[in-house]
Design a protein around this ligand. Structure first.
Ligand SMILES: [Zn+2]
Ligand SMILES: [Zn+2]
Length: 376
């Protein structure tokens, strides 16, 4: 990790003005990511660093909350904001993180021939805490089992394509009557395969591909976030020439928890307590990811106050360090009291230097008092 003092300004990294719109930020990052992609800069070892620097800048500037903190306080303002440490991440992981920018294929499809597929898996927050393994069934177009992907019926032969003589490519004159000279293209008769099928395979009708269902196991790391994807390399569909398979991208959805709300790696719980518990202090049980946890409410706790249960949050995807559970105390005022309680409370009220409503005066009486107050 680069220390704060040496870090470049995020706007400068992405070549943006400080008033850039979210759309401009997105476009600038997409541009930078493609420009500095290590695959495109194989001879330049510093490209990966610039790619990661741009990714870090984008993560901060694309979120209005972190952007505001950065605008106000600079790099120091976003330290510890639960952001990723890109210096320890692989380029592939960064691509799959920003799927809104690069699309489901993560921008890695070119030159590979295969087709990427995507599927979804739904986790609970408890799964996120521990990591999870899921068995996923999905459909994909695959090599035909009957003909082994050749497209020819078993026992029949392939013959060399008569149009291209088995080369798979033909020379054609360019457009405008040969104005652009001769061009080499895939043979239209055999679509570049170089061979023709005498009797098509009945199972795949000569295409060499059938749709089949497949089951794979996917390991989902602890701390993963909604919308992130785990890539299963080579579990996609084979390309036309059959030499490469695409990848399967397994997108994570996280089911809502009845009591806990995720805020990055922290969990937030809203806990009602009685006004006596808040005033006098209490030990209460609060829902936690593993069931329940004990929370000490100090005497004099105010409505809305947030108490922290350290380490009861979710682990960070990168560092594994756990967030906290934040319990917001909601002080409830009793709607009904029995006679004894009311008497006690009135006794208490007498000790306070405040006026209390008379015992039985209804709202409308009070309202009439108020409205008529000026005339009396
Ligand atoms: Zn077949
Ligand atoms: Zn041909």
């Amino acid at each position: 990790m680069v220390v704060a003092a040496q870090k470049r300004d995020y706007y400068e990294v992405l070549g943006l003005a400080r008033e850039a719109t979210p759309d401009e930020i997105k476009k600038a990052y997409r541009r930078a990511a493609h420009k500095h992609h290590p695959d495109r800069n194989a001879s330049d070892p510093s490209a990966e660093g610039r790619f990661k620097e741009a990714s870090e800048a984008y993560e901060v500037l694309s979120d209005p909350a972190t952007r505001q903190r950065y605008d106000q306080f600079g790099h120091a303002g976003v330290g510890g904001a639960g952001l990723h440490d890109f210096s320890h991440m692989g380029v592939e992981d960064i691509f799959s993180m920003f799927t809104d920018i690069f699309g489901g294929g993560g921008g890695r499809r070119r030159g590979r021939g295969g087709t990427d597929l995507q599927t979804e898996v739904t986790l609970t927050l408890a799964d996120v805490a521990t990591g999870a393994e899921r068995s996923i069934e999905f459909q994909r177009r695959d090599f035909c089992g009957t003909c082994g992907g050749q497209g020819a019926a078993p026992g029949s032969r392939k013959r060399a394509c008569s149009t291209c003589g088995g080369y798979g490519q033909v020379e054609q004159s360019g457009g405008f009557g040969g104005l652009f000279g001769r061009v080499i293209t895939d043979c239209p008769a055999c679509r570049g395969r170089g061979s023709m099928i005498e009797t098509p395979c009945p199972a795949c009708r000569g295409s060499g591909r059938t749709t089949a269902s497949r089951v794979v196991n996917v390991q989902i790391p602890a701390g993963i976030h909604e919308g992130q994807a785990v890539r299963l390399r080579g579990e996609g569909e084979p390309g036309e020439d059959g030499s490469h398979r695409g990848d399967l991208h397994c997108y994570v959805r996280i089911a809502p928890h009845p009591f806990l709300e995720r805020h990055d790696n922290d969990l937030v719980c809203r806990m009602p307590v009685s006004f006596t518990q808040a005033a006098l202090g209490a030990k209460v049980e609060v829902p936690s990811l593993t069931g329940k946890a004990e929370l000490k409410i100090p005497p004099g706790t105010q409505h809305g106050h947030v108490l922290r249960l350290a380490g009861l949050g979710l682990p960070s995807l990168r560092s594994g360090r756990r967030g906290d559970e934040l319990v917001q105390v909601l002080v409830e005022i009793p709607k009904k009291m029995n006679k004894a309680q009311e008497t006690l409370l009135r006794e208490f009220a007498k000790t306070e230097d405040r006026s209390v409503m008379p015992e039985s005066k209804g709202f409308f009486d009070r309202l009439m008092d108020y409205l008529g107050g000026g005339e009396k």
